[in-house]
Write a protein that binds this ligand. Structure first.
Ligand code: ZN
Length: 78
């Protein structure tokens, strides 16, 4: 379950909530003043998701992660 970060526009409180993806776009409320809060996009989560995409793409497209496609001792090319 991903953690979402929220910021309250009224009392400036920042807090995190653990929510299922299906509730990610539902409204959240401030635990302090009970006003509606805005979700903050976490740069940490974005970075981690991006790096996972890259490693998945590399692993899926090449049988050998060290292969340069010209010469590789591990998979025998060149
Ligand atoms: Zn608040």
């Amino acid at each position: 379950m991903p953690i979402y970060e929220y910021s309250c526009p009224d009392c400036k409180l920042k807090f995190e909530l653990l929510r299922p993806l299906s509730q990610a776009n539902e409204a959240a409320f401030c635990p302090q003043c009970h006003g509606k809060v805005n979700r903050i996009l976490s740069s940490f989560n974005c970075f981690r998701a991006a790096s996972e995409d890259v490693s998945t793409a590399i692993g899926g497209s090449s049988p050998c992660s060290t292969c340069s496609a010209i010469s590789c001792n591990t998979c025998g090319l060149g």
